[in-house]
Design a binder for this molecule. Sequence first.
Ligand code: FMN
Length: 364
Amino acid sequence: MAQETRSKLTTWFPQAQHPIIISAPMLGTSNGTLAAEVSKAGGIGIIPGGFNFLPDSHQLPALAKELTTARTLLNLPPPSPESPTSTLPLSVGVGFILCHASFAPHFLTTALPLLRTHRPTAIWLFAPLPADIASGAVRRVVAALRAEGFVVFFQVGTVAAARQAVEDGADVLVVQGADAGGHQFVGGAGVVSLVPEVGDLVAGEFGGRGVGIVAAGGVVDGRGVAAALALGAEAVVMGTRFVAAEEAWTPEFRKKLILETTDGGPSTVKTPVLDDIQSTAIWPDVYDGRGLIGKSWQDHVAGMPLEENIRLFKEADGAGDTSRKITWVGTGVGLVREIRPAGEIVKEARENALRRIQRLQAAI
Ligand SMILES: Cc1cc2nc3c(=O)[nH]c(=O)nc-3n(C[C@H](O)[C@H](O)[C@H](O)COP(=O)(O)O)c2cc1C
């Protein structure tokens, strides 16, 4: 099974080098430049596409711009909108967050034509509304994407969600553990148990079915990459590490905080409250988010009412004071010690993982 899916990922991404490193789609942080640099270095870069699929969405034109940037950096000719099939495929992916009311009614008429024009290889889906799963809307979108040749990645954080994603047609499961930065499942487990359990599910209930398994959450360097491969993942996603990439849209104050932070467990918190404080609570109850502990969280723990916390957040934000801002990162933040170009992050993690695996082989 591992052999079959491994070669499938290589077929879909011929430029990718093993072990494959994938940069996460991080809304507001990752972009076409970062994704292209990751792909150039032999990884797979995923551009965030946002969550708003309305006809007047500002996120979709922004995505088109980033796809164009990636295409230019990868030396590909621009897309031909009148004849999308003659457009060369772009070896980057696009990630969408599905938990917005616009997904079911609009995705196929707003996002799909854009994807058809720009031809990114992979489409990464995350966080569908339970109602959109139940109604079959998710399944219809996955089928439409696959019918047009896109490889569909589905990020999941529980075994039940993995089962649902395979039933809905996913080609690749991004198995996200609870150490991850940003949004994730409330009832998540660590990758050490979650990746093998999902692997057993796919091999058992679904007879392999050629579904790829990728690990996400807490992987920051070659040691984490080697560990994820040992757990049965064919590739690894890194988010937090790329927040500190040179190409990321990460403001200086956040880069500084990330480099200063050690001991990712007690320095971060996994909670829905951070979204409440910064008024981004678009997420259904099954999701929360992991971010750095800062003033807002400390006040919350000390008993400050939410309304007061929101008021102080807005007041500080309006005055250009960043001290109450939320910074989404995972527990791996303690291992992020330098701002580096994305391509170097990919190459270093890959080479260190290979060296570690060789050392392990020699030691046993
Ligand atoms: C700043 C930040 C923003 C994120 N935004 C998204 C997003 O827009 N869509 C998504 O599917 N996942 C998002 N994630 C989660 C990542 O896809 C991934 O699961 C996570 O970063 C992996 O764990 P790590 O941060 O420990 O590497 C985000 C993560 C971070 C750190």
